[in-house]
Design a protein around this ligand. Sequence first.
Ligand SMILES: NC(=O)c1ccc[n+]([C@@H]2O[C@H](COP(=O)([O-])OP(=O)(O)OC[C@H]3O[C@@H](n4cnc5c(N)ncnc54)[C@H](O)[C@@H]3O)[C@@H](O)[C@H]2O)c1
Ligand SMILES: [Zn+2]
Length: 359
Amino acid sequence: MKELKVDLKDKSYPIYIGSGLLSKKELLLKHIKSKQILIVTNSTVASFYLKDLIQGLEQFNVEVIELPDGEQYKNIEYINQIFDLLLEKKFSRNSTLIALGGGVVGDMGGFAAACYQRGIPFIQIPTTVLAQVDSSVGGKTGVNHALGKNMIGAFYQPQCVLADMDVLDTLDDRQLIAGLAEVIKYGLIRDLPFFEWLEKNIDLLLARDKDALTYIIERSCINKAEVVAEDEYESGIRATLNLGHTFGHAIETGMGYGKYLHGEAVAIGIGYATDLSHRIGRLSSADVDRIIALLKQAQLPVIPPKEMTPTQFIELMTVDKKNVDGNIKLILLDAIGKATLPMCVEDTMLEQTLENYAG
Ligand SMILES: NC(=O)c1ccc[n+]([C@@H]2O[C@H](COP(=O)([O-])OP(=O)(O)OC[C@H]3O[C@@H](n4cnc5c(N)ncnc54)[C@H](O)[C@@H]3O)[C@@H](O)[C@H]2O)c1
Ligand SMILES: [Zn+2]
């Protein structure tokens, strides 16, 4: 097992990465300081792993809430259901909430924990590649609104993150691949050697080689932890983690939550950001080619949905947390391994990208 640290002074916490961690209860027990535990999960993940998690927690009063499975349920209505249960069962302030699932469950469980009685301890047990490499680390929690992705939320750090590699065995290929978009993102924004490693080893990942998967989870978590430690509340460098996301979120919202997986929308968004970075003279065409080639090699989509018009993109992109006074701000690339801070571009440049980028 590997143990990494997210260094946030008195809010620091470990990320445990390894096989068989769900059954190593001593790791979890170190972080539970209460009798009451609420496990937030969804119906799919529960059917695979709820039993394994509960086994060995007999000494606690364990309640479980199984949310319906899907991005379309990541909204305030279901957060309310979590509050209902917490209140009905009289959960107190030191109770622990455990989020067992992918990014949707993690974001929702974390947000419920952040709000209930102004904050109760919570633990992330991420069960998708995407959640293990990205969403479970760093304390961004929240839900979608019909008008904008992740628009309601809070920064709230977990007590620990427990990434059990074995749970990835039941994840389907489409989900595994979607998670690789965020992995490639780390290479693009700050880690050229990692990008090069991915170029060489992507087939191993697609073949689910355990060592290769473990490596990308560790390396991604190291990247994320460094960025978060430097800028917990996203006043600067943390925004670079949003590469491709302004376009991607527009696709998720515009096409209806759940149609494109988050990672798929981000991959197409990275395609747009790459095109725009080149168009404004920042990124070389050789780098553009390498980026698109790696996304394709990873079997990620790069072609935009034909249903969405440039006007619709612009409309949706004006609802973004990076925007200032209504101006669209984007993370772009100067080179592979070097992202810009949020920046505005000329409207005509953005329009040209939206009209011409075709994957
Ligand atoms: N908080 C952050 O910093 C952050 C970062 C990136 C993404 N996100 C959010 O994360 C969400 C996407 O997360 P996701 O890609 O994990 O999606 P997800 O949570 O919807 O999980 C994907 C699918 O896999 C299933 N699943 C989960 N674990 C499984 C397992 N071990 N075996 C079989 N099936 C399993 C789920 O039930 C679901 O159907 C988005 O809402 C996105 O906005 C948040
Ligand atoms: Zn993301």
